[in-house]
Design a protein around this ligand. Structure first.
Ligand SMILES: Nc1ncnc2c1ncn2[C@@H]1O[C@H](COP(=O)(O)OP(=O)(O)OP(=O)(O)O)[C@@H](O)[C@H]1O
Ligand SMILES: [Mg+2]
Length: 322
């Protein structure tokens, strides 16, 4: 049966309020008022970043989550709509307060997040009904360790099964375990995941293993179909039962690497939907991640498939000796 969506994204979506050029004195001096650069707002969170990038690359995707009925929810909702993400699955809820994050950027470019509290902003098992996760070719998790109520209610597995029973595929990104779920929290979930895309740090946290090959084996032994470990400026490592390979990084001078991992995952999903061979999918992902580093923010620089292809034609790859 033809699916309604190419991709549905579940996980984190928040409002990022970015405060640039925060003076060093703000952190040290006892005055009450300081000046800074131009304050802007935009979407943030792994699921939102991935959704915006996948939409820019041209696939029909939807964000499935809960947003408040006030200005914060409205802002995210309208930004998603403007950028071509299908908003028909978004639940607007009077009892919810969407989380806001203040990103303080110092003059040297380093940043410190202030993560505000949110209220009732997660998905619940009852939200997963026919017409949602059974209607997508790919369910993208952005990310494991940040599934909020689906984590605390132990319903992530239910969501994955709902999608897979209808013939969908699961792509799962990972993030830091800020809620203290523990490294073994998803041991029983891995067998449902077709493509797992952790960074080296996240893979190390879960497995306790330092070599990417051993890390990948850990997940493969527990039933993951394919593992891609993101290695930052060192590229990435892919392993499945059939093949293993490294992908060398593109040569870039990054302006801001926030969200490179989310853009990498989005690029992978797009190339996979086109039916490209696995090596080409990871190459396209690598280019999408690297391209994102050339602009400020986690979801505003990559705007089309052609932009990524053009970057691939013009940018050399740095050979890493492994
Ligand atoms: N400095 C860089 N040079 C070249 N490629 C990069 C660079 N940084 C990131 N990339 C590409 O983007 C991919 C993802 O980046 P990274 O490993 O930093 O992900 P991440 O830790 O999940 O990031 P985040 O969670 O902040 O989005 C890398 O595997 C690589 O292909
Ligand atoms: Mg990441």
């Amino acid at each position: 049966m033809e699916k309604k969506y190419d991709v549905i994204h579940i996980g984190e979506s928040n409002l990022d309020i970015t405060v640039p050029e925060v003076p060093d004195e703000f952190f040290t001096e006892d005055a009450s008022t300081f000046g800074c650069g131009l304050i802007t707002d935009g979407c943030g969170g792994d699921a939102a970043n991935q959704a915006l990038c996948v939409a820019s690359l041209g696939d029909h995707n939807a964000l499935f989550g809960r947003l408040d009925n006030g200005m914060t929810g409205e802002r995210i909702y309208s930004l998603m709509k403007e950028r071509g993400v299908d908003t028909s699955l978004i639940i607007r809820d009077d009892n919810c307060q969407t989380r806001r994050i203040i990103v303080n950027v110092r003059k040297d470019g380093s940043h410190k997040f202030l993560v505000g509290k949110g209220v009732n902003y997660g998905l619940h098992q009852e939200d997963i009904v026919p017409g949602t996760l059974d209607q997508t070719k790919i369910l993208a998790l952005g990310s494991l360790f940040a599934m909020d109520t689906l984590d605390t209610e132990h319903s992530v597995s239910y969501a994955l099964k709902f999608c897979k029973d209808a013939g969908g595929q699961i792509v799962a990104d990972m993030t830091g375990d800020v809620h203290g779920l523990g490294p073994k929290f998803y041991e029983d979930l891995y067998e449902q995941i077709d493509y797992l895309v952790p960074s080296w740090d996240e893979g190390f946290y879960v497995t306790g293993l330092r070599k990417e090959e051993e890390m990948a084996d850990y997940f493969l032994e527990r039933g993951v179909g394919h593992v891609i470990i993101k290695l930052g400026d060192q590229g990435s490592f892919f392993k499945s039962a059939k093949e293993r390979f490294y992908t060398d990084p593109y040569v870039v001078e990054p302006v801001d690497t926030t969200g490179c991992g989310d853009n990498f995952t989005a690029g992978f999903i797009h190339a996979y939907l086109k039916g490209l061979p696995m090596k080409e999918c990871v190459q396209f992902a690598s280019a999408t991640g690297a391209l994102n580093s050339l602009g400020l923010g986690a979801n505003s620089y990559v705007r089309s498939e052609e932009m990524v292809l053009d970057f691939m034609r013009k940018t050399p790859v740095r050979k890493i000796l492994r």
